[in-house]
Design a protein around this ligand. Sequence first.
Ligand code: CP3
Length: 347
Amino acid sequence: MTYNDTFLKACKKVRVDQVPVWYMRQAGRYDPEYRAIKEKYSLLDICRQPELAAEVTMMPVRKLGVDAAILYSDIMNPVASLGIDFDIVKNIGPVIDNPIRSRSDVERLKPIDPEGDLGHVLETIRILDRELTVPLISFAGAPFTIASYLIEGRPSKNYLRTKAMMYGDPQTWHLLMDKLGDMAIAYMRAHIANGAKAVQLFDSWVGALTPADFREYVLPVVTRIFAELRDLPQPKIYFPGVASGELLPELRELDCDVIGLDWRVTLTEGRRRTGGRYAVQGNLDPTVLTAPMPVIERYARQIIDEGIAEPGFVFNLGHGLFPEASLEKLKELTSYIHEYSRKAIAN
Ligand code: CP3
C-alpha cells in the first residue's frame, strides 16, 4: 500500500488531486463494532491498552476510507499527569471529583510527564506509526476548554464558575492558562516525537467568549502554544469549536497551518475573517447526516466548491459525529467527496 499524504499536503496548501477528508469523532458509537468493544471496556480502559487503542483508531480508516486517522484518546487524558483524578462517565462526559476553585488548587498542578505517566499513549502512537498508510493526527485540549472541565467539574452550558475565576481572579486564571499551555505543548511535542504526523488543538468551548474576552484571557496562551511548536514541520490545526465565527478575526497571527471551522460561517467567510493565511478544515453540520443521501450530497457539494476555490482545504464536520450517524452514509459521503472533488479539481 502506498502512503496517502493528501491530508498533509492540503494542510500545507499544496495542490491535491482530490479533497482529503476525516471526521471529528470518527471512532465512535455509530459503529456497532465500536459499541461492542465499549460493552467490555471504558474509554480509559481502551486508552490504557495500546494494541486495542490502535485498533480502535484504525477501524474508521478501514471502514470509511478517510484520509487521516485521529488518535483514540480524549482531551482529558493528560490531566491525570497534572495530578487530577477524573472519569469519563457514560452519557455525561468528563467528571472531576475535586474541581479546581482556588489559587492553591492551581499552584498544586504538576508539570506533565508524557514519557512516564502517559507512556501508554505514546506506545499507541508508535504502533499506529508502523501500521497506518494515512497520517495520524494527535491532539490536545486547549487551555480554556480543559479549564472549563477542571473548574466546573463536568460539562457545562454557561461556564459560570470558569468565567467567575476569569473575571474575578485574573492572576490565578492566567497561571492556570500557562500551566495548561505548558501541558498542551509538552504533550503534542511528545506525540510528534513518537510518530504523530499532525496535531490538532481542540478549543471546543471557547466560542462562549466575546472577542474582547478571548483576546484578553485566552489568545495569549494559544499564541504561545503554536509559537513554541514553530520548529516542528508537521501541520498544526487550531479548532476554535462551536459558535466561534466571531472569534475568527482574532486568529490572524497564529503559527498554525489550519483553522477548523464550524457550520455557522461559510468556508469563504472563514478564510476572509482569518486573513486568508490558513488552510481551512470543516464544516458540515453533523446533524445534516440525518438527512437523505441526496441532501447530504448537496451540502457537501456546496462546501467542496467553496473549499477548492483556494489551495488548502480539508473536508470535515463542523463538530463531532453523533452516535446516531450511519456507517453506510458516512462511507457513501466519503466516496462522494473524493469523486466529486476529483472531477471538480480536474475541470
Ligand atoms: O474519534 C475521535 O475523534 C478521537 C477520539 C476523541 C475522543 N474525544 C474520544 C471520546 C477525541 C478527539 C476527543 C476530544 C474531546 N473530548 C473533545 C474535543 C472535541 C469536541 O467534541 O469538541 C472534548 C470536548 C472532549 C470531552 C468529552 N469526552 C466529552 C464532552 C465527552 C462526552 C460526550 C459524548 O459524546 O458522550 C467525552 C467522551 C468521549 N470521548 C467519547 C469518545 C468516543 C464518547 C463516549 C464513548 O464512546 O465512550
